[in-house]
Ligand binder design. Structure first.
Ligand code: BG6
Length: 487
C-alpha cells in the first residue's frame, strides 16, 4: 500500500516548498560607496530606457545618473523590507552579496569587516522572520578594479580572487546560509550582452551596451574561468559545510522552432544546446558536451585550459539546478522573420503569444515545457529563481496600486509549475524576480517594475523611496499561505 502511495503522481506543491522572492545587490542595495564598499562594474553603468541603451563610462561622471548608487536603498532600509517579506510569508529570500563590499578591489589581501557585518545583520533579520537566505555569490557586480586591471574574467587570476571571496563568505556565514548559487545567469557569457554583465570585460572606451565590440574568443575563455571557479567553490563549500546546497543559475531562454520545417527544428535545438545547456552540462554533469567542442572547432575558438581543469570540473558538480524564466521566442532558418526582444537577447515573434510593454513574450506554457526539458536531462532538484512581469504601475488617487496584470502573469506561471510538478519535475522553490521594485538590469530604469512592494522612485532618481504593498502583495501572501492552492 505504502509503495503504491509513494508512486502516485503529485498534483500540488510539495510540503516545505520554498516560496519567496529574488533580488540582486546592485539593483537593490544602493550605498555604493558606504561601509568601505569599492566600485563594481554595475556602478559605472548609466540609466537608460527601453529605447535608449545604458552606457558604461569607465570613470564616474558626476553629471550622470547611475542607478546602482542609490538603487532602492535596501542598504539602509533592509529591516523594513524584510519585515514586509515576512508579512507575505516568504520562506526564502534570494539576494546577492556585493563582492566589492567584501573585497573592495577584488584582489585585496583582507576582507572588509564592515561589509561582512552588513550581511550578518541582513541574515539575522531574515532569521528573525524565519526566512531562509538563498545567496547568489556573483550577480553582475564584479569589482571594477578586477575589470580594469585584469580585463575581467578573461584573466585566469580571477579564479583565485573569486575562490578567496567564496572561502571568506562560506566561513563567515556557514551557520546562517545553506543555499548558494555560484554565478547568476552564467550562460549570458554565450551571448554578446554577457561580456560586461557576466564577464566584467570592459570596452576599450566609453560605450553603450548595444554597440560594444564583441569578442567571442574572449567570452568563452572567460566562461571557462567561471566554470573552474564555480567548480572549485562547490568543492570548497562542501568541505566547509557538508550541509551546503550549491547550485548553478541559468537564464533559460526557451526557443521554439517557428515551423515544423526540420531546418527550424535543428536550429532551435542548436540554440537550446548552446545558450541553455552548454553551461548547465558543465556545471551539473562536470564536463563540456560534444556540441560545445564542435562549436568551438567550427568557430576557431580555442579555450586555454590548464592540466587538472577537467578534473576540477568533474569534482565540482552542483547540487541543484536553478534558472530564470521570463518569456519565449522562436527560431527560424528564414532570415526575414520578425524579431522581438527578451531577457538580454532577441528572438523571433511567436504569432500565438502576446508581449509585455518591453516586448518580452508572455508564455506560461513555455515554463512547463522548459522545466520538463531541463528535468528530463538532469533529474536533480530545481528552483525557478527568477520570473515575473516588468510593467508600469500607476498609483491611484486613493494610493492603491492595482497590478492585476502582474497577478495574472504570476498566476499562470504558478499553474504551469504545478503542471510541471504533476509531470514529475522535482521543483523545490520559486522566487519571483524583483519582489520589491528595483532597478532594471537591462535598461537601468525604475519604471520597469516587478515588485509586490512599490518603491516611490522614478527613472530620474526622484522620489521618497517609501514602500507600499501593491494588490499583488496580498494575493501572493494568500498563495504562500495556501501553498499554491489559492491562486
Ligand atoms: C535577469 C537578471 O536577467 O533578468 C536580473 O538576473 C534582471 O538581474 C532580470 O533584473 C530582469 O531583467 P530586466 O532587464 O527587466 O531588469
Amino acid at each position: 500500500m505504502n509503495q503504491v502511495m509513494k508512486n502516485q503522481a503529485i498534483n500540488k506543491f510539495p510540503e516545505g516548498f520554498l516560496w519567496g522572492g529574488a533580488t540582486a545587490a546592485n539593483q537593490l542595495e544602493g550605498g555604493y560607496n558606504e561601509g568601505g564598499k569599492g566600485l563594481s562594474t554595475a556602478d559605472v553603468m548609466t540609466a537608460g530606457t527601453h529605447t535608449t541603451p545604458r552606457r558604461i563610462t569607465l570613470e564616474l561622471d558626476e553629471s550622470l545618473n547611475y542607478p546602482s548608487h542609490e538603487a532602492v536603498d535596501f542598504y539602509h532600509r533592509y529591516k523594513e523590507d524584510i519585515e514586509l517579506f515576512g508579512q507575505m510569508g516568504f520562506k526564502v529570500f534570494r539576494l546577492s552579496i556585493a563582492w566589492s563590499r567584501i573585497f573592495p578591489n577584488g584582489d585585496d589581501a583582507e576582507p572588509n569587516e564592515e561589509g561582512l557585518k552588513f550581511y550578518d545583520s541582513v541574515f539575522a533579520e531574515l532569521k528573525k522572520r524565519g526566512i531562509e537566505p538563498l545567496v547568489t555569490i556573483s550577480h553582475y557586480e564584479t569589482p571594477l578594479n578586477l575589470a580594469k586591471q585584469y580585463n575581467g574574467w578573461t584573466s585566469r587570476k580571477l579564479i583565485d580572487f573569486y575562490v578567496k571571496y567564496c572561502e571568506t563568505i562560506f566561513n563567515r556565514y556557514k551557520d546562517t546560509v545553506k543555499y548558494w548559487l555560484t554565478f547568476n545567469e552564467i550562460n549570458m557569457l554565450t551571448m554578446p550582452f554577457g561580456s560586461i554583465f557576466a564577464g566584467a570585460i570592459l570596452p576599450d572606451a566609453e560605450a553603450d551596451l548595444t554597440t560594444m565590440k564583441d569578442n567571442e574568443q574572449q567570452r568563452y575563455q572567460a566562461l571557462h574561468h567561471q566554470f573552474v571557479a564555480s567548480a572549485k567553490a562547490v568543492k570548497l563549500g562542501h568541505e566547509i559545510n557538508p550541509e551546503f546546497k550549491i547550485g548553478c543559475m541559468i537564464a533559460y531562454l526557451c526557443s521554439y522552432p517557428l515551423t515544423c520545417n526540420p531546418d527550424d527544428v535543428i536550429l532551435a535545438q542548436q540554440k537550446d544546446n548552446l545558450t541553455n545547456f552548454l553551461c548547465s552540462d558543465v556545471q551539473v554533469r562536470g564536463a563540456y558536451p560534444g556540441f560545445a567542442k564542435r562549436y568551438f572547432a567550427e568557430k576557431g575558438i580555442e579555450i586555454a585550459m590548464e592540466a587538472g581543469d577537467e578534473q576540477i570540473l568533474a569534482e565540482g558538480c552542483v547540487d541543484y539546478y536553478t534558472c530564470s524564466y521570463y518569456s519565449s521566442t522562436c527560431v527560424s532558418a528564414d532570415p526575414d522573420q520578425e524579431k522581438i526582444g527578451g531577457n538580454m537577447s532577441m528572438g523571433l515573434k511567436n504569432p500565438y503569444l502576446k508581449a509585455s510593454a518591453w516586448e518580452w513574450q508572455i508564455d506560461p506554457q513555455g515554463l512547463r515545457w522548459s522545466m520538463n526539458n531541463i528535468y528530463n536531462r538532469y533529474g536533480i532538484p530545481m528552483m525557478v529563481v527568477e520570473n515575473g512581469l516588468g510593467a508600469v504601475d500607476t498609483v491611484e488617487e486613493d494610493g492603491s496600486i492595482n497590478d492585476d496584470y502582474r497577478i495574472d502573469y504570476l498566476k499562470q506561471h504558478i499553474e504551469a509549475m504545478k503542471e510541471a510538478i504533476f509531470d514529475g519535475v522535482d521543483l523545490i522553490g520559486y522566487t519571483p524576480w524583483g519582489c520589491i521594485d528595483l532597478v532594471s538590469a537591462g535598461t537601468g530604469e525604475m519604471k520597469k517594475r516587478y515588485g509586490f512592494i512599490y518603491v516611490d522612485k522614478d527613472n530620474e532618481g526622484k522620489g521618497t523611496l517609501d514602500r507600499k504593498p501593491k494588490k499583488s502583495f496580498y494575493w501572493y501572501k494568500q498563495v504562500i499561505e495556501s501553498n499554491g492552492e489559492e491562486l
